[in-house]
Design a binder for this molecule. Sequence first.
Ligand code: TYM
Length: 331
Amino acid sequence: METVVSGIRPTGNLHLGNYFGAVKNFLKMQHDANCYFFVADYHSLTTHPHPDNLNASVKQVLAENLACGLNPEICTLYVQSDLPEVAELYLLLNMLAYTGELERSVTFKEKIRKDPNNVNAGLLTYPVLMAADILIHKAAKVPVGKDQEQHLEFTRNFAVRFNHLYGVEFFPQPVAYNFGVQLVKVPGLDGSGKMGKSEAEGNAVFLIDEHDTIKKKVMRAVTDSGPTEPNQPKPEAITNIFTLMKLVSSNDTVQHFEDAYNNCTIRYGDMKKQLAEDMNIFIAPIREKIKEISSDEKYISKVVREGAEKAHESARKTVQEVRNIIGMRSF
Ligand code: TYM
């Protein structure tokens, strides 16, 4: 059976970008593959979260993923730092990662531009840690959004380099996966870029957002004064609203507004009202489930305890084999 790995940083609540970029695909794969999903708490340390906040965020993200439908009976859900083997594999892979290539990472360049006072080594070697997460279970497929594509390229490079250096066919070459189609990039509500938790306030719609909040955010989404000629190409901000609508609304609804755009009768106020309603219909059952699960600490701790045990088995085996290949053998 094929192995699948994916993860999410505990740096805020899950939003529609996380859901449609990664979680949804993971849910579709969990029945047919050997699936691991983890909360990437080591990764979140690059921004030095307060210890109390980190713990609460890990719990919340676990609850939110469970509420989306991650089934701990059939997949393995765990917290990254419960597997110290990940840290060891990270150290070993660091020897194969060149600073020059890491400095060319798009995410790294973006992070140093946004926060030039915190360019730490963890940030630079972030792709190596991510490769360790994936290779520790020898995964073949990694359901992620478009923003993670380059990280998967790094993972393949480190895997190939390891195999080549030691003359083995040990690590697979994992791919960022979306059922044979383009990886997803869910736009935000601010007119450009992607939906993200660290973007401007109001850019992201979270799975815990109440109906009122969703309405407020969507009604404030950037639009323009509307098309002036039939069948004009759409500016980015308008394309984004349509992209979001395609995720949560019916085909008929999308077609209705496409037609209205093309014959210049569109009223963005109406379109946004409809979008907010459809987002709420999509989010409401997940939101209720999040409330239910996050108040059940016993359940969450049982899930991660069992998850860590299962994940350990595979992690321990990989690291033992890697040590053996490298020549770290017992006397
Ligand atoms: P993170 O926590 O930023 O996001 C979690 C997942 O959500 C996806 N995503 C999006 N997809 C489409 N459109 C968007 N607007 C959008 N925003 C977020 C991300 O692509 C991701 O799949 N480095 C990872 C976490 C990680 C990981 C891993 C993932 C660490 N190790 C190993 C897979 C395998 C991250 O920061 O994701």
